[in-house]
Design a protein around this ligand. Structure first.
Ligand SMILES: Cc1cc2nc3c(=O)[nH]c(=O)nc-3n(C[C@H](O)[C@H](O)[C@H](O)COP(=O)(O)O)c2cc1C
Length: 324
């Protein structure tokens, strides 16, 4: 179990924030399957929140069944970040997370995200302002640094600890690396050895065994999983079962079908046709990965031009397999 101030994260498994992906539907889906101790929202701009941009506020919508939930904010201005943190505390989030790892050019240009890893004085100001503004648990998500010749994560981790942050998450790649190469977990171990506050390990966990290995090899307090949960939303449940010494279950075809049907119907209800088609194609591709003959469905996706046509193709795919 991971403790973030008064909040128990049990099991110590966290859904990573993923912009454009960990929206309310996906978080509810992860909760439906179970096994996840804390879900994260996609990051929200402190500028957008404090300037009352409707899109930023729309993203903040969450249901009680998603709890506990962490909301991640980004920005470089301490006053705005403090105001944004206050807004999400008032909004009822369980955890506030500061993004200090985003490598996107648009975010770096604003001196936010991973740029704060190269400006530690400003990073400290941001953390201090946010910490002072809220009473809820505060976490910070880091990368190693901007470039290979500028690893700052140990120093930034110490700043977090000094300023009263409850836990830090490390994705052990530099911003320059983006997602290339592999996440070097030895840095998670070093951070854990350096700090007294909990460390959440992240990066390249693809299977329940990876999660156990990450916990064992680095002694980290919790595991955060991102991309693997897109193709396998059961991964948290499987990790939790493995942590309990059980053999992880494998979803049946009918469970897969039920989950896809539920997710896709919520997408159709909530999103406009264009967004829905985009999301259905994406998730259909991921959910059928590793399924025998999933390729036949994936091959059709680019030629299907409406959300309804994708749903029909999915229904036909499962009907043919249950009849076989
Ligand atoms: C499409 C996508 C969007 C992401 N968006 C965010 C984000 O908004 N905030 C953040 O801190 N990290 C973001 N990340 C990084 C993930 O949270 C995570 O650190 C990274 O994917 C490594 O974990 P994984 O190997 O388990 O995927 C994103 C990653 C992906 C693939």
């Amino acid at each position: 179990m991971l403790r973030l101030g008064g909040l128990a994260v049990d099991p110590p498994l966290v859904l990573a924030p993923m912009a454009g992906l960990t929206d309310q539907d996906f978080r509810l889906l992860i909760r439906r399957v179970g096994g996840c101790g804390l879900v994260s929202m996609e990051f929200v701009s402190s500028e957008g929140l404090t300037r009352e941009h409707p899109r930023s506020w729309q993203r903040l919508r969450f249901a009680p069944t998603e709890r506990p939930i962490s909301i991640q904010i980004y920005g470089a201005d301490p006053t705005r970040m403090a105001a944004a943190a206050q807004a999400i505390e008032d909004h009822g989030a369980d955890v506030c997370d500061i993004n200090m790892g985003c490598p996107a050019t648009r975010v770096l240009r604003g001196r936010a995200g991973a740029a704060l890893g190269a400006d530690l004085a400003q990073a400290r100001r941001v953390i201090r302002a946010v910490r002072t503004a809220i009473t809820m648990p505060l976490t910070v998500k880091l990368r190693l640094g901007l470039r290979d010749d500028g690893h700052t994560y140990l120093e930034l981790g110490r700043i977090c600890e000094d300023e009263g942050v409850q836990a830090v998450t490390l994705h052990p790649r530099t911003a320059r690396q983006q997602y290339s190469g592999s996440a070097d977990w030895t840095h998670i171990r070093r951070l854990k050895e350096t700090l007294h506050i909990p460390v959440i390990g992240n990066g390249d966990v693809a299977t329940p065994n990876d999660a156990i290995r990450l916990l064992r090899e680095t002694d980290c307090d919790a595991v955060m999983i991102g991309r693997a949960s897109l193709a396998n939303p059961w991964i948290f449940l499987q990790c939790a079962q493995t942590l309990d010494g059980k053999v992880p279950g494998v979803p049946t075809m009918s469970q897969r079908h039920e989950l896809m049907r539920w997710h896709f119907s919520t997408i159709i209800e909530r999103d406009d046709e264009r967004t829905a088609l985009h999301k259905l194609r994406l998730f259909c591709g991921w959910y059928t990965h590793g399924l025998s003959d999933g390729r036949s469905l994936r091959r059709q996706l680019s030629s299907l031009t409406t959300a309804a046509a994708v749903i029909d193709a999915v229904e036909r795919f499962f009907a043919e397999r249950s009849a076989a």
